[in-house]
Design a protein around this ligand. Structure first.
Ligand code: SP5
Ligand code: ZN
Length: 360
């Protein structure tokens, strides 16, 4: 099989999303999910000779296959409602950021009331204070979703491997919540598009340093889409904190179709690659006919958002293991925040996949 680069789907519309930093433990800090990420990845792809294609526009109907319509409507209108409420002038915040949260024990067993104040409404749909919404956030999130959907459609049409350069990322966005710098779940949209295009069983393998609690949420009750993830152990104090433990294995028809392999902080390549091998075995046992890879490279040594310490060669070994599945594959960009290494890590991983003949 030739080691030729495969197509990447990218759009400059990612630049519409500038979260303008994040609020962490109450303090506004610069944040790491920055506009430059999308451009650095594009430059690295271009230099390496990957064909770069624009996404096709998809309607809200595609988004509603994995997201609650009310949540999509919220995202669409949140920033304009925020501005209309005057928060940019008083107290001086021009991004949507929640201050109070609809904790389940506070609102359970009562008729649900959508808060009137936009500041409070944010706490219904946004799970943390690091996922800010600016003027162009919704349009950029839709453009990222379009990249993932276009990539899935190319896979359905016979392209053996395709890479969706999604920014903002998606795997922390659930059926009706946003969080962790994610708004719409690009990987889940790709997996659902593959299902809707006639693929009976799909496997999602999530290599991002963090557990993809949004993707898990979306598919937790379903047996047709396996969700599997290696990530830094939430039990060791890491985001997303509440979810991502090994005993979360799916529910009802989805029982056994959710696999979490938390690994220890600073584990390095060895334990991480053992976990990746488990995820590949699970994808094969699931008899998946297509693969979606949530490709976060924030597990890399030196990344500011994770302590895993994975080497560039480690990501290549993971790519080779995925290639061994010989499945049509859609890569979806998630995290990765070391701006000096981001482009090289992504391209190196994709090239290792191609060189290993990762095509059916
Ligand atoms: C897509 C993705 O990788 N999201 C991960 C978001 C993790 N954010 C956790 C927030 C922690 C705040 N970061 C502060 C860094 C200070 N060293
Ligand atoms: Zn991450």
């Amino acid at each position: 099989m030739p080691a030729s680069p495969f197509p990447a789907v990218w759009t400059e519309r990612h630049r519409l999303h500038d979260p303008g930093g994040e609020v962490w433990v109450g303090v506004p800090i610069p944040g790491t999910e920055v506009v430059a990420r999308g451009d650095l990845i594009r430059e690295a792809l271009e230099t390496a000779g990957f064909p770069i294609l624009p996404p096709a526009a998809h309607g809200a109907g595609h988004l509603h296959r994995v997201h609650e319509p009310a949540m999509v409507d919220y995202l669409r209108t949140a920033h304009q409602d925020w501005v209309a409420a005057g928060y940019p002038e008083e107290p001086g915040q021009d991004r949507v950021v929640p201050y109070t949260f609809a904790l389940p024990q506070m609102v359970a067993d009562r008729p649900f009331r959508l808060p009137v104040a936009p500041s409070a409404r944010a706490g219904v749909y946004i799970a943390d204070t690091t996922t800010l919404i600016g003027r162009g956030t919704f349009d950029a999130a839709v453009a990222a979703a379009d990249c993932a959907l276009t990539a899935a459609e190319m896979a359905l049409a016979g392209t053996p491997a395709v890479y969706a350069v999604c920014r903002p990322p998606g795997h922390h966005a659930g059926r009706s919540f946003c969080g962790g710098s994610c708004y719409l779940n690009n990987a889940a949209l790709a997996a659902q598009a593959l299902r809707d295009g006639g693929v009976d069983r799909v496997a999602v393998v999530d290599l991002d340093a963090h557990h993809g609690n949004g993707t898990q949420d979306i598919f937790y009750d379903r047996g047709d889409v396996l969700y599997s993830s290696v990530h830094v152990d939430p039990g060791a104090g890491w985001f997303p904190h509440f979810v991502g433990y090994a005993d979360e294995q799916g529910r009802g028809p989805g029982e056994g179709a959710n696999l979490n392999r938390p690994v220890a902080p600073a584990c390095g390549d060895g334990p991480w690659l053992e976990a990746v091998a488990d995820l590949c075995r699970a994808a094969a046992a699931h008899r998946a006919a297509a693969l979606v890879v949530s490709l976060g490279v924030d597990g890399a040594a030196g990344d500011p958002e994770s302590p895993l310490g994975i080497s560039p060669a480690g990501f290549c070994r993971a790519a080779e293991a995925l290639a061994g599945l010989r499945l049509p594959t859609v890569f979806v960009q998630e995290g990765g925040y070391d701006l000096n290494r981001l482009g090289g890590l992504v391209v190196g991983t994709l090239e290792a996949f191609a060189a290993a003949g990762g095509q059916p």
